[in-house]
Design a binder for this molecule. Sequence first.
Ligand SMILES: Cc1ncc(COP(=O)(O)O)c(C=O)c1O
Length: 320
Amino acid sequence: MKPLTLSRLPTPLQYLPDSSDRLGVEIWMKRDDLTGLGVSGNKVRKLDYLLAEAVARGATCVITTGGIQSNHCRATATAARMVGLRPVLLLRGTPPTGGRDGNLLLDTILGADITFITPQQYAHRDALMAETAERLAARGERPYVIPEGGSNAVGALGFVQAGRELAVQAMSAGVDFDTVLCAVGSGGTLAGLAMSGLSANILGVAVCDDRAYFRNRVEEIAADAERLGCTLPSTGWDVLEGFAGRGYALSSPDELASQVALARETGLILDPVYTGKAWHALERTLADSPRALGRRILFWHTGGLFGIFGRGAEYADACG
Ligand SMILES: Cc1ncc(COP(=O)(O)O)c(C=O)c1O
């Protein structure tokens, strides 16, 4: 399948000299926070493939789901508008009584058709999206349904390609990475990278759930991706658990302090839900065991910037 070109690729590969000095290993960053603006972050790589399929099938609207501040839903709403499709979002949470902010504000500006759902409904999200699709089809629409996080076989192709993109960049920079580290929220990014043939050890940091859950998710996505010619190696990838902290989308003061320190050291902004937790995991792992991840580490910056807005009070202490 020929992907769309909504993401701005290749994203830069950046060496972080000051962080490397501080942490005692070489730290590089893959800047997927720069894939776009409304479509910034890792999700648009998946959407290049998913929406190519939607367009090929003659879809008129795209249905997807996530948390109220979902980066995936915001990227989907933006990408859908870029190719003339109507975004339909099922968002877990209650509508804010004051103004909307962050990703939800962008969803609103983009005119997404938003339905707020409860955590109980979210537990049955696939069935709910299927019902929504049926209802819209009865009205003459041609809906295309994207699962949570864009994490299925087709979406993962975006990260198979991303792994290959990194391999080319690493070769021309003359570097070999021991570890490639990324945040894991629904598994598609890790699954794609694990299937990409990268020679590094690919490690996903679970920002919710645990290692067993995400290993299983990656295996499920990969099993389906076999029909697309992908293969998941049995070794060379894993999930790091124990860094979800207070839980999904909940931050602790030390996680926020790590993000603020990195911003002041490098000018790079992480997000509180995914990249901030993954970076914190990196720092803590190295503090416990300086060579646990090898000597040269690639941190995959998967974006998520809009997730900081509306959380200023939480950052206040960390910012001093
Ligand atoms: C900014 C950001 N980073 C990382 C992830 C995790 O990627 P995946 O859902 O493919 O595991 C997500 C979404 O869940 C995200 O929004």
